[in-house]
Design a protein around this ligand. Structure first.
Ligand SMILES: [Zn+2]
Ligand SMILES: [Zn+2]
Length: 204
């Protein structure tokens, strides 16, 4: 972790924003470090992030890079991958940051065994404490490891991906709430929002 780009105080604020300190957030902080090092932060929406999961790391990316859901310069692809791409509007090109599959310094068989046990039969108090310790150790190692041990980073060509355009709203025939036209469904000639469509379709 290079404090020239992400200071201790920024890390503290990121943890406060996220609500807890965890390995996932640590990955997000290190991703943000790479982005700030190359591009600076995005005050004017000049940077666009594409994230391929919606887990803890994304909170750090939103907080530290200025790419946020609300501004529309953070796009979510539900691929379940630990991959983050950043494009610069000015040049159209960007970088793709992929977390490496086998990071030597993070290898921890005890942690894996505890996670498996947690999923299958749950953990007793001692095991929970041990799990918390191993996770904290993992978090620290993520924060300290050289970036090229953690990530595969490559340049990617544009174009900058576009967010769904804001279109006219239609009113759902079932709940009466307005819904973006591109998100409506049709059922027997009626225009419905997605939750109403799902509910009515289940009843058929
Ligand atoms: Zn977390
Ligand atoms: Zn509806």
């Amino acid at each position: 972790m290079d404090e020239q780009y992400i200071t201790r105080e920024m890390v503290r604020q990121t943890v406060e924003f996220h609500g807890h300190s965890c390995p996932g957030l640590a990955f997000g902080i290190r991703v943000a470090e790479q982005v700030v090092r190359r591009f600076g932060t995005s005050d004017d929406e000049e940077l666009v992030a594409v994230v391929e999961n919606d887990m803890c790391a994304v909170d750090a990316i939103q907080f530290l890079t200025g790419c946020t859901f609300g501004k529309g310069n953070l796009l979510f692809l539900d691929y379940g991958k630990n991959v983050y791409s950043f494009y610069r509007r000015a040049t159209g090109s960007g970088i793709r940051i992929a977390v490496r599959p086998d990071i030597g310094c993070l290898h921890d068989e005890q942690l894996q065994a505890l996670m498996r046990r947690k999923a299958s039969r749950g953990l007793d108090v001692d095991e929970q404490r041990l799990l918390a310790e191993r996770r904290e150790r993992r978090r620290q190692r993520i924060m300290e490891a050289p970036a090229d041990e953690l990530f595969r980073i490559r340049e990617i060509p544009g174009p900058v991906p576009r967010r769904a355009r804001v279109m006219e709203s239609l009113v759902c025939a079932s709940c009466g709430e307005p819904v973006m036209e591109s998100r409506t469904r049709r059922l027997f000639g009626r225009t419905l929002c997605i939750p109403c469509f799902d509910a009515e379709e289940r009843r058929i």
